[in-house]
Write a protein that binds this ligand. Structure first.
Ligand SMILES: Nc1ncnc2c1ncn2[C@@H]1O[C@H](COP(=O)(O)OP(=O)(O)OP(=O)(O)O)[C@@H](O)[C@H]1O
Ligand SMILES: [Mg+2]
Length: 346
């Protein structure tokens, strides 16, 4: 996998883990995720509800609750436009300390799945966006206000001159989502993490938001981590894609390979479950049988074992599956996948 010696990588996760200490035991929300984000590229993360997509994002942005334990490495190779001699290990930073605050905004910005997480309820939306712009892009208050109003307009907020002085709770859910996207984009981040950014929006605004992200990429070569449960959005947005299942990456490859040559049974099942017009007409949906297990006190075996058509008791039921390089740069975590050159990756 690309990493430290590859200049094109801006962020790398190595065996990143997130555990929540709960009454009944340890909840393993993210269980050894290794991923690389290249400069200017979009990495899609896809998987069913509860697979650990948002918790992975929260680990990078360090916005998880205090009872979360973050382990492994999250390496940032570039800060404020400069390649670092030594990467910053975000996983080891104090989540409330000055270092991570210096990274949030201009270096890494985040569009949260729940917009209330992005805003403080006691300041107007405008003041929060203006403050972020002044910190990262334009110190002059008047100019920053102008940029904020323009960006609010660009994400489909009508009368942005008035809306800018409202408080987050005065906005509808959809409007808050747009305001949060405006805040993230107006900081001109080197890395944008977008967690289901378009789900609450109508189709036209969805297209506008994707357009804005593309403009940012063209303008300043922003790298994007795009989180969604929708494979159609992945096809439209991503260069590389990681399929997550039960806190692990189970397939990781270029986006074309995912659609044309999927290797993991879970990915294949996800692809079969995409509703198409034809399937709708025939009333046939191949939804994946069963549900994602709750990631607490689970037996040592492949996480997809109970739901997989190919599962073999002796082979898949005794230990977690290894990540295998199925074709150059194409990884799948499955006992049934043959390595292309008898090479195993951890
Ligand atoms: N704050 C939390 N405290 C305890 N458990 C949590 C917390 N946040 C998430 N989890 C658990 O961690 C696991 C991963 O959740 P996560 O929110 O990352 O899923 P997701 O892939 O983003 O799902 P969705 O598509 O529904 O957004 C789930 O089992 C969830 O119940
Ligand atoms: Mg989520």
């Amino acid at each position: 996998m690309p990493g430290k010696d590859d200049d094109s990588v801006i962020l790398e996760m190595r065996e990143t883990r997130v555990r929540f200490k709960m009454d009944a035991g340890l909840l393993k929300a993210v269980d050894g995720v290794s991923l690389s984000l290249r400069k200017g590229a979009t990495l899609g993360i896809v998987g069913e509800s509860g697979c650990g997509k948002s918790v992975t994002a929260g680990a990078v942005f360090r916005t998880l609750p205090s009872y979360a334990e973050v382990g492994g490495d999250i390496l940032l190779y570039e800060k404020d436009g400069k390649r670092l001699d030594e990467p910053i290990n975000i996983a080891k930073l104090n989540p409330t300390g000055p270092e991570i605050r210096g990274i949030r905004g201009g270096n890494i910005a985040m569009v949260f799945q729940e917009p209330m997480k992005a805003f403080s309820p006691i300041h107007t939306v405008g003041n929060q966006i203006i403050e972020a712009i002044r910190l990262h892009v334009e110190p002059d208050e008047g100019k920053a206000r102008r940029i904020a109003i323009d960006t609010l307009g660009l994400v489909g907020i009508s009368s942005p001159e008035q809306r800018i002085d409202e408080y987050p709770h005065q906005l509808s859910g959809g409007m808050r989502q747009r305001a949060m996207i405006a805040m993230a984009l107006s900081c001109k981040p080197a890395i944008l993490i977008a967690d289901e950014p378009t789900t609450a929006l109508d189709v036209t605004v969805q297209a506008q938001v994707l357009d804005l992200i593309n403009k940012l990429k063209a303008e300043i070569n922003t790298s994007v981590i795009y989180i969604t449960h929708d494979l159609g959005v992945i096809a439209e947005t991503s260069d590389e894609v990681a399929v997550m299942y039960l806190g692990k990456v189970v397939e990781y490859c270029a986006v074309d390979a995912l659609f044309h040559d999927p290797r993991h049974p879970y990915t294949r099942a996800l692809l079969r479950s995409i509703p198409t017009a034809d399937k709708r007409r025939k009333g046939r949906f191949d939804s994946i049988r069963g549900t994602v297990p709750y990631p607490m006190n689970l037996p040592e075996r492949c996480g997809f074992f109970d739901r997989c058509d190919l599962a073999e008791e002796g082979l898949c039921g005794r230990s977690a599956a290894p990540m295998v390089e199925a074709a150059p740069g194409h990884f799948a975590r499955c006992f049934k996948v043959e390595p292309y050159a008898a090479k195993e990756v951890v």
